[in-house]
Design a protein around this ligand. Structure first.
Ligand code: PMP
Length: 428
C-alpha cells in the first residue's frame, strides 16, 4: 500500500517536488521527537526544523480545536487572538522593532522584508551571501544562491542580487576563525562596485548562524562590521531567523544575538507555528510604514485567528517546558559527543553550529576538504534503516543537518550518536 500511495503521489506531483529518501517510510503519527510509520515503527526525527515543540503536542491540538470551533476567518477582521499574539511577538524582539506583519511561510516573510527594504530606501540592490537559501518565491529565490538547491542559481539571478563571499570558516576562501577582516573586505569591495556604477543600496540579508552552509558559526564580529558598512551606505540589515531563531540555538532566542547585532528587519517562520503555516516580519515602524507608499499589505490567512492561537500556544509551551534551555543542555551534550567522532573517524571533518542547530561535515580528505557527498547520502540511508531520520545539507550535500525538535531528550541524543557511530564503524 505504501508503494501504491507513493506512485500516486509521483503521478500527480512534478519531478521538482522532491521528498526525502528514494523509498521513504509512510508516516502516520508523531509524538515528541519520534515519528511512527504505518507499520508502527518508531523513527527518531533528528532533522525536523519546523516542529520545535515536538510532534503531537496536546496543548497545541487543543488550542487549534478551540479557536477553530469558535472562529477562523479572513485576517482583515478584528479579533483578539491577532492583537495578543502580535504584541507578544514584538515583545520578544529588540527595542524599537515593534511592528509586526504576519504571513504564512518563511519565503513570504523574506519577500516582504525585501519589499520593505526597497520601499524604505528607494533602491534595489541587495547583498546576499553565497551558499544562501532564503525561500522559493520569486524574490526570496532570487537571493538564494545555494547551488545545492538550484545548480543554475548564480546564472539566473537578477542583477539587483549582489552575492558576497560566504564567510564559511571551514571551507570558505579564507579558512579559520580569525578571518573576519578578510570577509568584511569582500563585502566592502562589493559595496564599492555598486557605488562605482552610481547605484544605491537597499540592504543586506543573511542568517546570523549560517544554516544553509551547514550550520557555520560566522567569524567573530563579522556581522557588526558588515552591518556598519551597509548602514553607512544607507542600506537596511535583514536577519533571516526562519531556521535559527526561536530558541533553537539554545544560548539565545535569536541568532543575531550571538553576533551582538540588532537588525532592522527580522524574518521568522518554521518553528513559530510548529508546522502550522505561520511566518512574520518584525521591524521598526518607520520602515514598516514605507510600504504604504507602494500600496498596502494583505494576506488572507496570515495571522488568522487559528494561526495566532497557534503562535501564542507555541510560545507558552516553549516557556513552560523550558525548551530553549533544553536546546542548550542537550545541544551541548550532543555537540560534545559528536566532536568525539572527529578523532575516531577520518571522514568526520568538523562539527558546526550550536544548541540544537548542528552540522556534521563529512570530507574525503582533511587537507583538501573534498566533500564526501555520496558517502553522506549512504550514511543517511543507513541511519534510516536503524530508525533515525537524517538528511544532508550544505552546498555539497555533505553535512548532516541536525535540527531535531527542541524537546529532544538526552537519551534520544545518545541513541542518535550511537547509531551514527555504528554506521561509521560498519562503513558504507
Ligand atoms: N529562510 C531560511 C533561512 C530557510 O531555511 C527557509 C526554509 N528552508 C526559508 C527562508 C523559507 O521558508 P519556507 O519554506 O517556510 O517558505
Amino acid at each position: 500500500e505504501t508503494a501504491a500511495l507513493l506512485a500516486k503521489r509521483q503521478q500527480n506531483f512534478a519531478a521538482s517536488q522532491k521528498h526525502y529518501y528514494g523509498h521513504p517510510p509512510q508516516f502516520e503519527r508523531g509524538w515528541k521527537e519520534h515519528m511512527f510509520s504505518v507499520e508502527g515503527r518508531a523513527y527518531l526525527d533528528m532533522v525536523n526544523n519546523v516542529t520545535i515543540l515536538g510532534h503531537g503536542h496536546p496543548r497545541l491540538s487543543a488550542a487549534i480545536g478551540r479557536q477553530w470551533s469558535m472562529l477562523n476567518t479572513n485576517s482583515r477582521f478584528h479579533y483578539a487572538a491577532v492583537a495578543e499574539f502580535s504584541e507578544r511577538l514584538a515583545s520578544l524582539a529588540p527595542d524599537g522593532l515593534d511592528t509586526v506583519f504576519l504571513v504564512n511561510s518563511g519565503s513570504e516573510a523574506v519577500d516582504l522584508a525585501l519589499r520593505l527594504a526597497w520601499a524604505h530606501t528607494g533602491h534595489r540592490n541587495i547583498l546576499s551571501l553565497l551558499e544562501a537559501y532564503h525561500g522559493w518565491t520569486v524574490a526570496s529565490d532570487a537571493v538564494s544562491t545555494s547551488i545545492a538547491d538550484n545548480p543554475n542559481a548564480l546564472e539566473t539571478r537578477p542583477g539587483w542580487v549582489r552575492p558576497v563571499l560566504s564567510p564559511n570558516t571551514y571551507r570558505g576562501r579564507f579558512r579559520g576563525e580569525d578571518t573576519t577582516a578578510d570577509y568584511v573586505a569582500a563585502v566592502a569591495q562589493k559595496l564599492a562596485e555598486i557605488e562605482a556604477v552610481g547605484e544605491g543600496l537597499a540592504g543586506f540579508i543573511a542568517e546570523s548562524v549560517y544554516g544553509n552552509a551547514g550550520g557555520i558559526v560566522l567569524p567573530k564580529g563579522y556581522l557588526s562590521e558588515v552591518y556598519a558598512r551597509v548602514r553607512d551606505r544607507g542600506g537596511l540589515c535583514i536577519a533571516d531567523e526562519v531556521q535559527i531563531g526561536y530558541g533553537r540555538l539554545g544560548h539565545h532566542f535569536w541568532g543575531f544575538e550571538h553576533q551582538g547585532v540588532i537588525p532592522d528587519i527580522i524574518t521568522v517562520a518554521k518553528g513559530m507555528g510548529n508546522g502550522h503555516p505561520l511566518g512574520a516580519v518584525i521591524t521598526r515602524r518607520d520602515i514598516a510604514d514605507s510600504l504604504e507608499r507602494e500600496g498596502y499589505f494583505f494576506s488572507s490567512s496570515g495571522g488568522s485567528p487559528v494561526s495566532s492561537a497557534v503562535g501564542m500556544t507555541v510560545l507558552d509551551v516553549m516557556a513552560d517546558e523550558q525548551l530553549q534551555e533544553n536546546a542548550r543542555t542537550v545541544g551541548d551534550h550532543l555537540k560534545y559527543r559528536l566532536e568525539g567522532l572527529i578523532d575516531q573517524f577520518p571522514i568526520v571533518g568538523a562539527v558546526h553550529g550550536m544548541g540544537l542547530y548542528l552540522g556534521l561535515e563529512f570530507v574525503r580528505n582533511r587537507q583538501t576538504l573534498e566533500p564526501a557527498t555520496q558517502e553522506t547520502t549512504a550514511i543517511c540511508n543507513r541511519l534510516l534503516d536503524l530508525g533515525v531520520i537524517m538528511q544532508p545539507t550544505g552546498d555539497h550535500l555533505n553535512v548532516l543537518k541536525i535540527k531535531p525538535p527542541l524537546c529532544l531528550s538526552i537519551e534520544s541524543a545518545d541513541f542518535f550518536v550511537d547509531m551514527l557511530e555504528k554506521v561509521l564503524l560498519e562503513g558504507w
